[in-house]
Design a protein around this ligand. Sequence first.
Ligand code: SAM
Length: 282
Amino acid sequence: MLSYQHAYHAGNFADVHKHLTLFAVIDHLLRKESPVTYMDTHAGRGLYPLAAEETARLGEYRKGFARLWQARTHVADDPLLGDWLAAVGRVQARDGTLDHYPGSPWWLSDRLRASDRLMLFELHPGEHGHLTRQALPDNVQRIHGDGLEGLVKCLPVATPRLCVLVDPSYERKAEYGEVVDAVLKAMRRARHAVVLVWYPLLPAGRHRELLEGLREGGLRKIWRSELRLREPQEGERGMVGSGMLVINPPWGLDTRLEAAMRQVTPLLGATCRHHGDWWVGE
Ligand code: SAM
């Protein structure tokens, strides 16, 4: 049963971390002309009006993206953050007012070139319905189905390069293992793919199964980025941080993101820290 809906969390601190990393990866890939196939295995709705009932109810974006938006004139000196914030500015209905937050399908399609391809998988019928109503370019395919199965089935792709975002909600504990299986299968069929995997940092530390599984599966070149809001308190069960793995990261991605995160963390709270390192080296 699928109950998670990203609209309740759109623009929160984890989205800031995930989408800034995704934006930076796309920016690096666009430095070369050869076409890219992008896949988003867990797409969600694509664009989130902040006034929508679901998003307004928890208002998580207020402690997440909205803090960067309010500080945009101060943090825009960082080139990556400046470009990212300018891109978010383009989806706003009214100049200078934050009324929409873009999800991964928007980020992936915004700078899609005619020679690139984008496949968006979404299993939830309602969320897929929202996605089909988004205005997206012709070279975007929206698939109502399982993204992990779809990823493996669609490989190899026709373009020389491949970039995949794997962003489940981890509602089920089994999803950590399912992600490991799918990513290992995909990397056997597309060794040079750039793959981004998001995971939550929970007090229970369930993400360790994911990290160990990818390392034990023999993958090399995995960069890890973790944004931790705070240390968990006694008995706490909710998300205290956000993690991203980038398999085969473009050269220079790590230093660019570290610099941007130095500006981001103080805005997200006094105890917020970012840590980047190689989970598995070359
Ligand atoms: N990637 C989106 C973004 O950054 O804007 C957010 C995605 S949200 C965290 C996870 C989404 O995956 C939900 O919309 C959920 O319905 C969908 N989902 C859950 N299981 C799935 C599966 N096996 N295949 C495809 N989509 C799935």
